[in-house]
Design a protein around this ligand. Structure first.
Ligand SMILES: [Zn+2]
Ligand SMILES: [Zn+2]
Length: 325
């Protein structure tokens, strides 16, 4: 058995903006990446399991094109959501309905797809995606409202040699109760996907208030930081370039990403959720494509002597989770 993480794309996480003429929005190629498939292949290379993390706009297109999931290889064993924001769930209907119809057509039992998310996210999905919730999903919900920096029990996903552990993070804008849209209801989780010898951390979306990553205070936060540390691959939300941290923002800028990377010391840092739009026209970051982001980030990485290396992954890029050395 071989386990790989495959990066899926979106047209843009902070949507390719209607009316924007920046280089990023006018580039026809999909560029952003805030969805990952964990695919298990057997000895002959056939796809045995597929766990999908997030399903934003255009993710289904990537799955169609994946050599591991195309046509009759298609399977979806688990759906795991970081949170309920539209750029992470927009393709739910298309994915679930088409998968369901194809199973029926092949006389396979159209069983619901197991879903893991936090209670805060489940409440939003039940309100805004009730059809998909009722018809196609089998929810496994973490019934908690823990503050940021708490390790939750591992997901009940049966993958030999692989553990998926959620860690709570705060994500201003998502952390509110669906009933009054105001009361704090923590909704977002990061995930640590690990084997005996490889660790990958999926750390998106999070706001710039997750200071527990840099200076953990409680025993729970210290445990969470230990778990997130020394990853082989850290996929991290980087919405903009500017490094001003003076106000609360829904995503970390590259300045905070540098601080998190120094604290967590990964071997490879992979920037995702790139946009640059919040930087504003004529500022660094505005309209940068992925190539420019990578080049600028690598210069900072060297100058600041940050751990490991930094890259912007491309759609379809594969990362092996080795089981043994
Ligand atoms: Zn979000
Ligand atoms: Zn997002």
């Amino acid at each position: 058995m071989k386990h790989i993480l495959v990066v899926n794309g979106l047209e843009a996480p902070l949507l390719r903006q209607f009316g924007c003429d920046c280089d990023r929005c006018t580039d026809p190629a999909p560029q952003a990446n805030t969805s990952i498939s964990l695919i298990s292949l057997n000895g002959t290379g056939a796809t045995e399991r597929h766990v999908l993390f997030d399903v934003g706009m255009a993710v289904t297109d990537n799955l169609f094109r994946s050599p591991h999931l195309t046509g009759r290889k298609a399977r979806l064993d688990w759906l795991v959501l970081t949170h309920w924001h539209p750029d992470h769930v927009n393709d739910l209907n298309r994915l679930l309905v088409s998968y369901h119809l194809n199973r029926k057509r092949r006389d396979e039992k159209p069983t619901p797809v197991p879903l893991w998310c936090r209670r805060g996210t489940a409440d939003w999905l039940q309100a805004e995606h009730s059809y998909e919730w009722i018809e196609f999903l089998q929810p496994h919900i973490s019934e908690e409202n823990h503050p940021p920096g708490v390790v939750l029990p591992p997901l009940p996903v049966a993958l030999p040699g692989v553990t998926i552990t959620p860690v709570t993070v705060s994500h201003f804008g998502a952390d509110r109760c669906v009933a009054d849209r105001q009361t704090t209801r923590y909704s977002c989780a990061a995930f640590v996907v690990e084997t005996a010898v490889t660790k990958a951390v999926l750390l998106w979306d999070l706001d710039n208030q997750n200071e527990w990553i840099v200076s953990p205070q409680t025993p729970e936060q210290k445990t969470a930081v230990d778990l997130l540390s020394h990853a082989d691959y850290l996929f991290i939300d980087t919405a903009f370039w500017r490094s001003k941290n003076h106000k609360r923002t829904t995503h970390p800028g590259f300045g905070n990403v540098q601080r998190y990377a120094r604290a967590l010391s990964p071997r490879q840092t992979m920037l995702v959720h790139l946009s640059g739009h919040p930087d504003g026209r004529d500022n660094p970051g505005w309209g940068w494509g992925n190539g420019r982001w990578q080049q600028e980030a690598q210069t900072v990485w060297v100058n600041q002597k940050l751990p490991g290396c930094v890259r912007v992954p491309h759609i379809g890029q594969e990362f092996e989770l080795r089981i043994e050395d």
